[in-house]
Design a protein around this ligand. Structure first.
Ligand SMILES: *Cc1c(COP(=O)(O)O)cnc(C)c1O
Length: 334
């Protein structure tokens, strides 16, 4: 099938991040989870630079390219109170001289610290939408956009999580960058939130080499990734062809689970790498489960995509308390 969009219609990305991100070995973690010391590597997309870093920067390069080409004055986007995407949209707006309005689910009283503190530091305006689902959140964002337009501004609505066919292009670029670093990779493991990251990787690596770990952010994770991947390919990428684990959601998006806490501790204590409780902790717990059930096997090269999210740890009271409880106090404490 021929794509209806010619290359000329695709806006050019604006540079926001620091590329390429490093690929590093994880030999001690590999041994601890039953892999060979050279089997497990980490792609450091937590080190993308701007605004504290994270995967949304790659998508925002394309989405902001479109906004700048349209002469935008404002970026408007949606998310959870501890949205990393919202924080990085605020950073991108600051870098580009655009005003940023964040339409967040929930209420001011219920949230504090972490990403929200950085949103404030970066100068974003927050509109609290109340405890609503995704559709109502999107509707509030559209209202905000219409109000700005009526006031003479040129708002650009950035999709939830930065995920659209355009935003996912950033992860097709990442997939090609990763292939150049690890041509023999068998499986790339990634957190699946709004879906654009996995979709872009699938476009570059094919569905067999990408394992997504659902984090509870969308109702139909495989269908969501399939839609973006199909849009990128200009051809159907069926949901059934995708490798998606659904076993790490637990009690829901914001809830900390025992396997996630164990993954956070093990990764920190074997490699000095800090993961977050919502996305990368779930992805690592899913990777460990995949080794246990034989979906990932020793001798194959597995790459864990670190998508960032560290500020979210500081906005997650349960994870912070559990982390501090692991502190060994005094020289002989056991
Ligand atoms: C948003 C996010 C993800 C998920 O990426 P999607 O493209 O939304 O699926 C993973 N990790 C972190 C830290 C994120 O902020």
């Amino acid at each position: 099938m021929v794509s209806m969009t010619s290359a000329r219609d695709v806006p050019q990305p604006v540079p926001l991040g620091t590329w390429p991100t490093p690929l590093e070995p994880l030999p001690r973690l590999a041994r601890a989870i039953g892999l060979g010391p050279d089997d497990l590597w980490i792609k450091r997309d937590d080190l993308t630079g701007l605004g504290g870093g994270g995967n949304k920067i790659r998508k925002l390069e394309w989405l902001c390219g479109q906004a700048v080409a349209a002469g935008a004055t404002h970026l408007v986007t949606t998310g959870a109170p501890q949205s990393n995407h919202a924080r990085l949209t605020a950073a991108a707006g600051a870098r580009l001289g655009l005003e940023v309005v964040l339409v967040l689910a929930g209420t001011r009283q219920a949230s504090a610290g972490g990403n929200l503190a950085l949103d404030g530091l970066l100068g974003a305006t927050v509109v609290w939408a109340g405890d609503v689902g995704g559709d109502a959140l999107a509707a509030t964002a559209r209202e905000v956009t219409e109000r700005l337009r009526a006031d003479g501004a040129v708002p650009e609505l950035v999709p939830f999580g930065g995920s659209s066919v355009l935003g996912a292009r950033g992860y097709a670029v990442c997939g090609r960058e990763l292939l150049a670093q690890a041509p023999d990779l068998t499986t790339a493991v990634v957190a699946l939130g709004s879906g654009g990251t996995m979709a872009g990787l699938v476009d570059a690596l094919g569905p067999d080499r990408v394992l997504g770990v659902h984090c509870g952010a969308v109702p139909d994770p495989s269908g969501t990734v399939s839609a973006f991947a199909s849009g990128l390919a200009g051809d159907d990428v069926p949901a059934e062809a995708l490798r998606v684990r659904l076993d790490q959601v637990g009690a829901g998006y914001g809830a900390l689970t025992d396997p996630v806490l164990a993954a956070l501790k093990l990764t920190a204590r074997t490699e000095g790498i800090v993961l977050d409780p919502v996305y990368t902790g779930r992805a690592m717990a899913g990777l460990i489960a995949a080794v246990q059930d034989g979906d990932i096997t020793p001798g194959d090269r597995t790459v864990f995509l670190h998508t960032g999210g560290l500020p979210g740890l500081f906005g997650h009271p349960a994870a912070l308390a559990a982390a501090e409880a692991g502190l060994a106090v005094g020289a002989v404490a056991r």
